[in-house]
Ligand binder design. Sequence first.
Ligand SMILES: Cc1ncc(COP(=O)(O)O)c(C=O)c1O
Length: 372
Amino acid sequence: MNIPLSAPDITEAEIQAVTAVLRGSRLSLGPKLEEFERAVASYIGTAEAVAVNSGTSALHLALRGFGVSENHEVLVPSFAFIAVANAVRFQGATPVFVDIEPQTLNLDPRKLEQAITPQTRGIIVVHTFGVPAALEEILEIAKRHHLFVIEDACEALGAEYGGRKVGSFADAGVFGFYPNKQITTAEGGMLVSNNPAVAALARKLRNQGRSGSGEWLEYQELGYNYRISELHCALGIEQLKRLDSILERREAVAREYHRGLSNYPLIELPTMEMPCRRISWFVFVVRLREPFRAAHRDRVIQEMAARGIACGRYFAPIHLQPAYRTQPHRCMDLMETEAVAPRTLALPFFSRISNEEIEAVCQVLREVTGKI
Ligand SMILES: Cc1ncc(COP(=O)(O)O)c(C=O)c1O
């Protein structure tokens, strides 16, 4: 058996599209970039979309767009991918870690307000594992305290809240297209916003701070090379065309896992349905029930790997990472984060996994957890 944790879903149409770019003469900053941006803006429902080379770059550009700098604080979850806090630190600002709701694993709006200080400038709300966060409550708190909100929807392309796509609710939204995502460009990301100034600055900064329409080689700001190539954009355009069917299949995979693991007492399953929200399945993360601890979970991962099944630890809290121990950050009470993180286990999850493979994962998982 050899079942990976994730695998991209690439068809002949994508291969043809990338090959066609290679046969042409524009490999960067060309028509595919514009087409990909237009397609994502129209899908998400925002006025602007700016394509960049990663989700991390998109987060960084959004934070710069909102003027985040030294002595500022930005509220973020610790139960998240590390880029969320790293991007805040790129600007010399301090990430403040706020706890999550145990059911959705997203920022708990009831815990946000007590983290706000005069230094707080904004909130990065992550739609973790494709589950929409409590947007209404969070946006209301942000409005009352004059804070910006960035929706980190890197794991949630296609997820909906009240019938509207996530990424379109806040001051800016970011997406990532790494190969384990719902759609991939191999590497890539997108900043979406209804704020033309934020989008214009991001366009300039992704290309070394160069003015779009002005003088050739005139640099108006300290920028970066966050450009994405035409090859990546061509891949993204084709993938986006198949997104609806990919999301349907991913939901079916989640249902199949539910069927295979329901009524198994040692494992808690993720919620399939939530009122007013459509989940865009990114990963399938189960929780080992108490009294399982991190050491048991890690043994389960090892034993599954020995049987040819790759599982993962999603997520190790950011505030416990070596890169954060000695660096400026602030932690609120992170009781739920620290209780949940050691027991989470990501199972193989991708649109092309077969039902037989899912059944095999469930069977081996029952065997392995049963004897630990
Ligand atoms: C929540 C979240 N934010 C940001 C990122 C960063 O995206 P990238 O790896 O494209 O830089 C990821 C990537 O997995 C993510 O899951």
